[in-house]
Write a protein that binds this ligand. Structure first.
Ligand SMILES: *Cc1c(COP(=O)(O)O)cnc(C)c1O
Length: 297
């Protein structure tokens, strides 16, 4: 078997040898020095999200990205609340599935896979249905590589006093997102995408007040967002249940390597260059892009 190839998937992706080497160390999940790493990661992520620790907090959650999305949807939308799901790809459709499974009240606003949800239409839906309390959408729809306009939808959600949830799985770290300025309340991403770590956990940037208000709403024990946060806070970085220690060490290294590269601006520029190069050279081979506009890096 040829093991010398590069992964061109959005994640898991080819990581550096040094990120992988971090995993040679066996850490205990409750040791103070390990908990300090967890706390550093939480602080680093808030900084990358342009969030102030007095208003925002980071929760780390075991599992792949979907576990993080499911954790948020099933933890912050109460039994008497309702979410508007704006979809234009497979990951938006997955949110519909999560709501179906958990019995969460939802309405879906679906656009075709090459079109972006329109903020004016979102406003119309919210005007006509005051029972909607949450709005959720995908930032980079990995299905097509489309980058949605979350800023304008966030503005509409805020104007209607709705909690705004974003799946930024394949954009966070690769595209700069001013989470606080745009009024995003819950943003989900994972270890194995643009931060370039290995798979094993997701992370959620949370508006602390909205997170606190969700206490007691969770439908799942292990995916209870508030409870996970509460343990991280009161036990100084301890995860509720066994954490993926090797993956966390690798992620910590990946964050340091990202800083050394020049942070999100440098990474974003590199991805954009790769994207342009790929499109140009594939075009020379006779391939076209599926998207005519809104192409993400
Ligand atoms: C990768 C990804 C997810 C998570 O998928 P997993 O299969 O759980 O890793 C969710 N949303 C988007 C947009 C993604 O790209």
């Amino acid at each position: 078997m040829n093991r010398d190839y590069k992964l061109l998937t959005p994640g898991p992706l080819t990581t550096t040898r040094t990120v992988k080497e971090e995993m040679l160390f066996d850490h205990c999940t409750w040791d103070d020095d390990y908990k300090a790493i967890t706390q550093k990661i939480r602080a680093d992520l808030l900084e990358l999200a342009h969030c102030n620790p007095s208003e925002y907090t980071t929760v780390l959650m075991q599992g792949s990205g979907t576990f993080g999305v499911e954790s948020v949807l099933t933890s912050v939308i109460g039994a008497d609340e309702k979410v508007l799901l704006c979809t234009n790809g497979a990951y938006g459709d997955r949110q519909v599935k999560i709501c179906e499974h958990a019995g969460i009240d939802y309405v879906q606003y679906a656009e075709p896979y090459d079109r972006i949800p329109d903020a004016a239409h979102v406003a119309e839906i919210l005007d006509n249905d005051p029972s909607i309390t949450h709005v959720s959408m995908i930032h980079s729809e990995t299905t097509s590589g489309l980058l949605n306009d979350i800023e304008s939808v966030a503005r509409v959600a805020k104007a209607h006093d709705c909690t705004f949830i974003v799946d930024a799985m394949s954009s966070f770290g690769g595209v700069d997102i001013p989470v606080a300025d745009w009024g995003i309340d819950f943003l989900v991403s994972s270890a194995n995408k643009c931060i370039q770590g290995v798979p094993g956990f997701s992370f959620i940037i949370c508006n602390t007040a909205r997170l606190e208000a969700s206490r007691g709403k969770a439908r799942s024990l292990s995916l209870d967002l508030w409870d996970q946060w509460n343990t991280l806070e009161k036990d100084g970085g301890k995860w509720r249940y066994t954490s993926p220690t090797h993956v966390v060490l690798a992620f910590n290294r990946a964050l340091d390597e990202m800083k050394a590269e020049g942070g999100i601006p440098a990474r974003s520029a590199r991805y954009a260059t790769n994207n342009r190069m790929l499109i140009a050279r594939m075009k020379a081979l006779g391939f076209g892009t599926f998207l005519k506009e809104h192409q993400g890096p």
